[in-house]
Design a protein around this ligand. Structure first.
Ligand code: MG
Ligand code: MG
Length: 256
């Protein structure tokens, strides 16, 4: 992929703007989370997200992205849907669903990108474990986002955590650099080998995003040309933060 070759180191002023974009993105996701109840349509979740973006003078880079152009500001992916689900007025949340919400915020020329998964009402113990493992895999990756490490250290940490818990990581979709563009280099897969890949240094900003499946690493794309589902129909989850490498601890940009 061409975008994966474009690596842009951000200066402190750029990181500060991206932190603002990340705060807005976190506000969007917190608002959508409040709406996760049985009977709510996925289009209503998208509308709630758009309201928050508008309030801050921001837009989502998802809208119009790719081909066919993605029609909405967030993606809503339910149960076996891993990523890129298209919001719809007729698709309603049900008790026991697990829902993954991904949102981008484009603000003052920079993008923040983040996602979470959560249950609707009561969920099964297996679904609950999937959510925990996926979120903790993200933090295992974040812990490796230190100057002097390589992207392979991050990838391996995510893969080991997920597979150590008996689940699978996707092969076709990866974490990525983020900045003026939603997708910049480097690509950071959810699998890999420590000591390989690009050297991390202060100013590298990466959207890390473990995408985890219970039964298989294999996926397929639905007829709508966007929604990615597990090949075996098993449950999936997705967590994502945009993180800056610093001289010290990793800086998570997409929190309040
Ligand atoms: Mg995302
Ligand atoms: Mg992303």
């Amino acid at each position: 992929m061409d975008w994966a070759r474009q690596i842009n180191i951000k200066n402190p002023a750029e990181i500060a703007i991206m932190r603002e974009a990340g705060r807005i993105n976190a506000t969007v996701l917190a608002t959508v989370r409040e709406h996760l109840k049985p009977g709510v349509s996925t289009a209503e979740l998208d509308a709630a997200a758009e309201d928050v973006l508008k309030k801050y003078g921001a837009v989502s880079p998802f809208k119009g992205y790719g081909y066919p152009p993605f029609p909405n500001s967030i993606t809503v992916s339910i149960n076996e849907e891993l990523v890129h689900g298209i919001p719809s007025a007729t698709r309603k949340l049900k008790e026991g669903d697990i829902v993954s919400i991904d949102c981008g915020t484009f603000f003052e020329g920079y993008v923040a990108d983040s996602a979470f998964s959560a249950g609707v009402g009561e969920i099964s113990p297996k679904a609950s474990k999937l959510l925990d493992v996926t979120e903790q895999a993200l933090y295992a990756g974040i812990a490796k986002m230190r100057s002097g490490n390589r992207t392979g250290d991050v990838s391996e940490a995510i893969q080991k955590y997920v597979e150590g818990n008996g689940f699978h990581v996707t092969r076709e979709y990866t974490g990525h650099g983020v900045g003026r563009q939603m997708h910049e280099g480097p690509q950071v897969p959810n699998y890999g080998t420590a000591g390989t890949g690009m050297l991390l240094r202060p100013g590298v900003v990466i959207a890390l995003e473990p995408m985890v499946l219970i039964g298989t690493h294999k996926t397929k794309v639905s007829k709508d040309k966007w929604t990615v589902v597990s090949a075996d129909g098993s449950l999936t989850a997705h967590f994502e933060h945009s993180i800056a490498v610093t001289e010290g601890d990793p800086l998570i940009l997409t929190i309040l």
